[in-house]
Design a protein around this ligand. Structure first.
Ligand code: COA
Length: 257
C-alpha cells in the first residue's frame, strides 16, 4: 500500500513505521507522499483512534531529509521543497487524532522536525536528537526553527540549531522535548499504554484539545479558540453522555458524536 511506510493496527491504534533501513529512514519524496497518504487514511478511517509514528530498526527514527535530493536545487526549488515538508508536518500537528512519536534512535534534521510535529514524544534510551543542518550549509526547513523554540525555549534551541550538536535522551527529557524515556523494548508498549488511555476519552474533546493547544502558537487568539471549542462541546452527544455517566456513577460510552 505504501512504498516507504509499514502500518499495523491494533485496538484502534495505528502504528506507522518509516521504513528505509538502508538510508537511515531518510525522508525522500516517496516518504513525504506516503506520509501525506497515511494522513488521509488516518483522518478518514473511523477505526483509527490514535497513531504511533516510529522508525524501522533499533538505531534510527529518521536521519533527516534525504540529502541526495538537495543537490542542484535553486532558491525557488529549495523553498518549494521546504513548503511541501512544512505542509505535511502541519497536517501531523493539526491532526484530529493524537499522533505520538516513538523515537527509537537518531532523530536528526527532518527526523527531529517530524517528531516535534507530533503531539508529544516518547523516546528509547538510545535516542539522540539534533538539527545538524548547519553542517550542510543549511537551516531546518520543515518547521524546526519554530517548533524547537516552542518546545525547549529560544536559548537551548539556538544553541542546538547553531552548533548542530546532538542531545541524548536524558537531556531531551530534561529539556521537555520528550515526555518519557524508556528502554528500547518498552518503547512501543509505553506509547500504546498512553494512547490506550487517551482513546477511552471523548474523541471530539481530544480533537479540540489539539486545536486549542496549537492555537498558542497560531495567528488566532488562543483564549478565543478555547472559548469557541468549549462552547462547541455542549453541542456534542459525547458531552451529554460524559456528564450523564458521571452523575449516574457509571462509565461513559463515547461515540465521537
Ligand atoms: N539523507 C540521505 N542519505 C542518508 C541520510 C540522509 N539524511 N542519512 C543517512 N543516509 C545514508 C548514508 O548516506 C548511507 O548510505 P550508503 O550506505 O548508500 O552510503 C546510509 O544512509 C547509512 O548511513 P551512515 O552515515 O553510513 O550510517 P552511520 O551509522 O555511520 O551514521 C547517522 C548514522 C544518522 C549519524 C548519519 O547517517 C548521519 O549523520 N546522517 C545525516 C544526518 C543529517 O545531517 N540530517 C539532516 C539532513 S537535512
Amino acid at each position: 500500500m505504501y512504498k516507504t511506510l509499514l502500518t499495523s493496527s491494533e485496538k484502534g491504534i495505528l502504528t506507522v513505521t518509516v521504513n528505509r533501513p538502508d538510508k537511515m529512514n531518510a525522508l525522500n519524496k516517496d516518504v513525504m507522499s506516503d506520509l501525506d497518504a497515511v494522513l488521509n487514511f488516518i483522518e478518514t478511517t473511523a477505526d483509527v483512534k490514535a497513531v504511533i509514528l516510529t522508525g524501522s530498526g533499533e538505531k534510527v527514527f529518521v536521519a533527516g531529509a534525504d540529502i541526495s535530493e538537495f543537490v542542484g536545487l535553486s532558491n525557488d526549488e529549495g523553498k518549494a521543497l521546504a513548503k511541501k515538508g512544512q505542509d505535511i508536518f502541519h497536517r501531523v500537528e493539526n491532526a484530529t487524532k493524537p499522533i505520538v512519536a516513538a523515537v527509537n534512535g537518531f532523530a536528526l534534521g527532518g527526523g527531529c522536525e517530524l517528531a516535534m510535529a507530533c503531539h508529544f514524544r516518547v523516546a528509547s534510551d538510545n535516542a539522540r536528537f539534533g538539527q545538524p543542518e548547519v553542517n550542510l550549509g543549511l537551516i531546518p526547513g520543515y518547521g524546526g526553527t519554530q517548533r524547537l523554540v516552542q518546545l525547549i525555549g529560544k536559548g537551548r534551541a539556538l544553541e542546538l540549531l547553531m552548533s548542530g550538536n546532538m542531545i541524548d535522551a536524558s537531556i531531551a527529557l530534561e529539556y521537555g522535548l520528550v515526555n518519557h524515556v524508556v528502554p528500547q523494548d518498552d518503547l512501543l508498549p509505553k506509547a500504546k499504554m498512553i494512547l490506550e488511555q487517551i482513546i477511552t476519552k471523548a474523541p471530539l474533546a481530544i480533537a479540540k484539545c489539539i486545536t486549542a493547544a496549537n492555537a498558542v502558537f497560531g495567528p488566532e487568539n488562543g483564549y478565543d479558540v478555547e472559548l469557541k471549542s468549549f462552547g462547541e462541546c455542549f453541542t456534542t452527544n459525547d458531552m451529554k453522555e460524559g456528564t450523564a455517566a458521571f452523575l449516574e456513577k457509571r462509565k461513559p460510552h463515547f461515540k465521537g458524536e
